[in-house]
Design a protein around this ligand. Structure first.
Ligand code: PLP
Length: 391
């Protein structure tokens, strides 16, 4: 028996482990310290009342023989949820078919599992700095990874100029960790490029709900030509606080084919073979997110986080610290002052200000010298963090 040797090629989850070690050591040495965590990528606001009501109703239905449900027939998501997602897109002028939507337990699973429909050994083009799961899932599948530089010079939004030809291209907008958001023109360049070389874009729209500027695209399907080259992966984690509930969906356009095969058909085949669908209770809660009442409630939480981001951004501006993101994204990507390295600045923030950020170096080589702050904390902590920074 041989194990999948690719696992030996994975780098240890050095970033969050190292942060935890340093924070724990600090806490041991300073037991009473009031630490503020601006490094967390998890949400803190509770689920919307409309979601809770829908899930409670679903629980009651399952407890009654007359309304009980077992397997989600087909395992790709109930019609009531897929229709709600269709309407969510239609409300901003994007046409997607309910049949093109496959509901899942979240974007992370889909991002990893989608690789299974591509040939092992494919080449993946991944921006650096990056959400670590993109690289790790490609390592596990034995793919070849080519990094593309996202840096201050290109506003952390690399363009397809002169890139190595790849089979799979990752685009995350709004971006984790940089908070940078692609414009329509910049996204169109990638769509045209992917169509020209036959690559498939995996568009991670996990943070689309944070885009409030109507000039910026929230879906790659707002771009002409995307239906023949892109798959969109989306999540309810940040839109609706579903990080613990778990729900997401992936949209594969019916026109998207490679090697004469429909990628939608392959994805559905993969999901219905290896996955038996998302719980009825969760899907009812997810559908409630897209109801007018649910959306209004979820948008209140998104607005709350965006206000936190604004407070952080304004403080950095007043301190003359360069940053991007934070306007249509929950992440602020700042340049460590005085030319400090990411970990050096991390230690300074922890030791002197009792603030915990996420060192940019942990997201890739272009992250060195940067720090990620998140807006997912409470208002009180965000305001307190700003006061400490200003002092
Ligand atoms: N994609 C990006 C860019 C993320 O930052 C995250 C989570 O932080 C995910 C996907 C995972 O989302 P989910 O909770 O739906 O698995």
């Amino acid at each position: 028996m041989n194990i999948n040797g690719n696992y030996s090629n994975l780098q240890d989850s050095y970033l969050f482990k190292t942060i935890a070690q340093r924070v724990n050591a600090y806490k041991e040495a300073n037991p009473g310290a009031n630490l503020i965590r601006l490094g967390i990528g998890d949400v803190t606001r509770p689920l919307a009342p409309a979601v809770i009501a829908a899930m409670q109703k679903a629980v009651a239905e399952l407890g009654d023989g007359a309304t009980f449900r077992g397997y989600d027939d087909g395992g790709v998501g109930y019609d009531f949820l897929r229709d709600a997602i269709v309407n969510y897109y239609a409300a901003r002028g994007v046409q997607v078919g309910a049949d093109e939507i496959v509901v899942s337990d979240g974007a992370k699973s889909d991002l990893g599992n989608l690789l299974g429909i591509f040939e092992a050994g494919s080449t993946a083009l991944i921006p650096d700095p990056v959400f670590p799961a993109y690289a790790d899932t490609n390592v596990i599948d034995g793919n070849r990874i080519v990094y593309i530089d996202a840096n201050e010079a290109n506003g952390f939004l690399p363009a397809p100029d002169g890139v190595v030809k790849a089979d799979i291209i990752y685009i995350c907008s709004p971006n984790n960790p940089t908070g940078a958001v692609y414009t329509r023109e910049k996204l169109k360049a990638w769509v045209d490029y992917a169509n020209a070389v036959g690559a498939v874009i995996l568009f991670d729209a996990a943070y689309e709900a944070f885009i409030t500027d109507p000039g910026l695209p929230r879906s790659i399907f707002e771009i002409d030509g995307a239906r023949t080259c892109a798959i969109e992966v989306c999540s309810l984690s940040k839109l609706a606080g579903f990080t613990g509930v778990r729900a997401g969906y992936t949209i594969v356009p019916a026109e998207l084919e490679r090697g004469g095969r429909s990628l939608l058909a392959l994805w559905k085949r993969r999901q219905t073979t290896k996955f038996n669908g998302v719980s009825y209770i969760t899907q009812r809660g997810a559908a409630a997110v897209f109801s007018p009442e649910g959306l209004a409630q979820c948008r209140e939480s998104v607005a709350y986080y965006l206000e936190n981001a604004k407070i952080l951004g304004e403080a950095l501006k007043s301190l003359g610290i360069w940053y991007c993101g934070g306007e249509n994204a929950p992440y602020i990507w700042l340049k460590c002052p005085d030319g400090r390295g990411s970990w050096e600045y991390f230690d300074y923030l922890l030791g002197e200000l009792k603030l915990v950020g996420t060192p940019g170096a942990g997201f890739g080589k272009n992250g060195e010298g940067f720090m990620r702050l998140t807006a997912f904390g409470t208002r009180e902590n965000t305001v307190e963090a700003v006061e400490r920074l200003k002092k």
